[in-house]
Design a protein around this ligand. Structure first.
Ligand code: ADP
Ligand code: MG
Length: 770
């Protein structure tokens, strides 16, 4: 039964009204155990500061009633409306004194029914304050009774201005005296006004303490004081007051986070790392001489930056981002060889078995005799390359482990199997993490911890372009390099949407195109969202963690809420392969690749495809990252609307890798002008990965962007929007860096230091991961 929180004895009772409240004060002290417990259960908040960071979701302006015609069945709503009519009825069938009230509320246009029941005459008290003509807030879940929408036993709170018999407490009258009425994110156990009242209780005696943002900085940016902003966001006098408050509190979020990250960057720079300077006459030089192409200007520049950082006595922490095919792997290999030349080992962590094997093949291939230490015909300074994945057989694994332990293997490539305890390095100097978005940060740290005394240098590579603000926030203590150009001679990828439902002959044409390419000696991919038959393990067997930024979407997941294709199951690799084999692509050599295959089988299929022994590879998104077969020129994505924007961009990157033009066909049954179709059109319209990743982000909540740790209830970013507040974040980062560089311990800024400590206390977990 909902109870009228107006009658809750707990909140605002004088007993608990401390003379001064601070932000760190526990809610149990400030509000009493009952309310504190309810708030903790509902939102996980424990302190006054946490309660005050529970900002209103919106504000009702007095006199502006909720548009009742916009309500939909099933919505949990809090509406502002006027009581229009109250009708009570006996219900003899339910008992002697049972009754029912139907209260009609209105926004002066539409109406909504509130229904109340009672068994005893005393139960009628519940409708007593509902006097026609008075205005109140009503909260509940919209249900349907016959043709009408209703709220059954809603919680409610009448606003002052009601007739004298409306039984309003004086506190309540004061509570809603303001022009703008806050509406809080609420739950069944903690209504918006219960929160409003709790906020009021702590706000009145609040001493917000010293302002963490230095006064000089506040002045320069025209920011409100913190105490004032906290008051104003909960009880704004008007829109201008609210705007100023939000601006200031956004600054808090951006500035504190950036200051914390700046401190971390400084601390990281103070850690010891073994310098691994370039050595003349080593493998690195020979590798460069053997390269069959010229490095792009971007590759050279980034390479120099990295070479310089590897030579430093503190660890490199660098994020290298670059479009699919921009040549990141070469940069990584050159960095690894520099470390090997300097006597250390380098580990390359790949997200999937397929990718680890491919890296192994390409590294050993590119190095040739340079990688055959201990073998006949090896080059003079040759090193060894070890492969460690879950599927490496026992004997090979033992020998690999031993090479890693002794240092015979200068380069170690693997999946998360590298993180296992038995894997011990002789002298790990560099960790390269390819395609970052597949990895949880714990993995990154686990590998980092394998270096003996010194911290290894770390290079993180991602092909999912990360907007600048996200890089600054999520990867805030990594320095970022970006490859902006593709190697010359790369031909563009043409992308077309194939509307399979309304234009079936387009799909026929697509299969003809595949045939034509194969006839010319080229190869093709056909990508499906499902494997088919048996459990949909997808391809996640290789993916240890999904708790980091990019794992958001790119793991082959099917975007939520996309249903324009109706109830049909998404197309499956096994079915599509069979259909193609029997029909449109009969006679071609088809191969199948998905996550349920045995790793050896996966490797065999990839090798055959690389060697041109398979014409068409029908696969899940297992081929999404990194797979590099330059001879593949066409990709057909089935049920393309099932994939995320960035994911499609990744996928098509598989067919732009050679000099022949790539073609990507996005097959969909999504109707024109649906959001799904618009996303596909967007992918077809641009090859700019940054643009697409923005588009992707715009469709997500911030919490998703920041990953699980941030999405939790303690997220420190409440107001800041990573995309919209780009300028502010950039500014805050500059200012924070200036303040922290001048005074790393923040001795002159005790309030700032305390606020950062609080932030770190709350989300140490999150920051530890960046
Ligand atoms: P990424 O990992 O950034 O997607 P890769 O490093 O796999 O890209 O490079 C894609 C392909 O381009 C590889 O076949 C690689 O050998 C080739 N490549 C890299 N750099 C160059 C270059 N400067 N010129 C020509 N080809 C290059
Ligand atoms: Mg790559």
């Amino acid at each position: 039964m909902p109870s009228l929180s107006a009658n809750s004895p707990d909140v605002g009772a004088p007993f608990y009204a401390a003379s001064v409240t601070t932000l760190s004060e526990p809610l149990t002290r400030a509000l009493g155990p009952k309310t504190a417990k309810a708030l903790e259960a509902a939102f996980g908040m424990r302190t006054v500061g946490e309660l005050l960071r529970h900002y209103p979701r919106r504000y009702y302006t007095r006199g502006e009633l909720t548009d009742l015609s916009s309500l939909r069945e099933g919505d949990h709503v809090t509406v502002l409306a006027r009581v229009d009519h109250v009708g009570t009825h006996q219900m003899p069938s339910k008992g002697h004194n049972a009754g029912r009230a139907e209260v009609i509320i209105t926004d002066d246009r539409a109406k909504l029914v509130l229904t109340f029941f009672w068994r005893h005459p005393g139960g009628r008290y519940i409708i007593k304050p509902l006097v026609p003509g008075t205005v109140g807030m009503f909260a509940g879940t919209v249900s349907r009774f016959r043709t009408r929408l209703q709220l059954v036993h809603p919680e409610y709170e009448m606003l002052p201005g009601a007739p004298p018999n409306a039984d309003l407490s004086p506190e309540l009258a004061a509570e809603f005296a303001a022009e703008m009425i806050p509406v809080y994110p609420a739950s069944a156990k903690a209504s918006s006004w219960m929160i409003a009242r709790a906020v009021k209780t702590v706000l009145d005696p609040l001493d917000a303490g010293e302002d963490p943002i230095p006064a000089e900085l506040r002045e320069r940016h025209g920011l409100a004081g913190r105490a004032e902003a906290i008051r104003a966001i909960h009880r704004p006098l008007d829109q201008a007051d609210l705007k100023r408050a939000r601006e200031r509190l956004k600054w808090d979020e951006a500035f504190l986070l950036q200051a914390a990250l700046a401190q971390r960057r400084l601390a990281a720079a103070a850690m010891p790392a073994m310098p691994r300077p370039h050595v003349d006459g080593g493998i690195a030089g020979e590798f460069d001489a053997r390269l069959p192409f010229t490095l792009t200007a971007g590759q050279v520049a980034v390479g120099e930056t990295i070479a310089g950082e590897l030579a430093c006595a503190y660890p490199m922490h660098r994020l290298l981002q670059g479009e699919v095919g921009s040549g990141k792997t070469v940069i990584a290999i050159r960095a690894m060889l520099q470390v090997v030349d300097a006597g250390g080992q380098a580990a390359l962590l790949a997200p999937t078995e397929v990718l680890a094997q491919q890296h192994y093949r390409s590294v050993t291939g590119m190095l040739g005799p340079l990688a055959q230490a201990g073998q006949l015909g090896a080059a003079e300074h040759a090193t060894g390359v070890a492969l460690l994945t879950g599927s490496v057989g026992a004997a090979a694994r033992r020998s690999a482990l031993s090479d890693v332990f002794t240092g015979d293997a200068g380069i170690v490539i693997g999946t998360h199997a590298l993180l296992e305890e038995q894997v011990q390095f002789s002298d790990l100097g560099l960790v390269v993490i390819d395609e970052q978005h597949r990895f949880g940060v714990e993995q990154r740290d686990a590998l980092r911890a394998k270096a003996a005394d010194n911290r290894p240098h770390v290079l993180v590579m991602t092909a999912t372009p990360i907007p600048r603000t996200v890089a600054m926030t999520v990867y805030g203590d990594l320095e970022t390099s970006t490859l902006t150009e593709l190697p010359a001679g790369r031909s563009a990828i043409a992308t077309h949407v194939v509307p399979a439902a309304d234009k079936p002959h387009f799909l026929e044409r697509a299969w003809e195109r595949v045939r034509e390419e194969v006839t010319r000696g080229r190869q093709a991919y056909v990508v499906c969202p499902r494997i088919g038959e048996g459990p949909e393990t997808d391809d996640t067997d290789d993916y240890p963690g999904e708790d980091d930024f990019g794992s958001v979407d790119m793991t082959g997941g099917i975007p939520r809420g996309i249903g324009e294709t109706g109830r049909r199951q998404p197309l499956a690799v096994l079915d599509v392969a069979a259909t193609l084999d029997a029909g449109p692509l009969a006679g071609l050599r088809l191969g199948i690749l998905h996550g349920r295959l045995h790793p050896e089988e996966k490797d065999r299929v990839m090798r055959e495809f690389s060697a041109g022994e398979i014409d068409v590879l029908v696969a899940t998104t297992v081929i999404e990252v990194g797979v590099d077969v330059p001879n593949a020129t066409v990709m057909v994505v089935m049920d393309a609307e099932r994939f995320g924007v960035s994911q499609l961009h990744q996928l098509r990157g598989r067919v732009g890798r050679g000099t022949a033009a790539g073609l990507c066909l996005l097959v969909t049954e999504a109707q024109p002008d649906t959001p799904s179709r618009q996303r596909l059109d967007a992918v077809a319209a641009t090859l700019d990965g940054f643009k697409l990743s923005r588009l992707d982000l715009e469709q997500r909540r911030e919490g998703d962007v920041l990953g699980a740790a941030q999405a939790g209830r303690h997220s420190s970013l409440k107001l800041l929007q990573l995309l919209k507040d780009e300028d502010l974040i950039g500014l805050a980062r500059e200012e924070a860096t200036t303040v922290v560089s001048a005074d790393p311990q923040l001795t002159a800024h005790p309030a700032l230091r305390a606020a950062i400590d609080e932030l770190l206390g709350v989300q140490a977990e999150y920051l530890d991961k960046t």
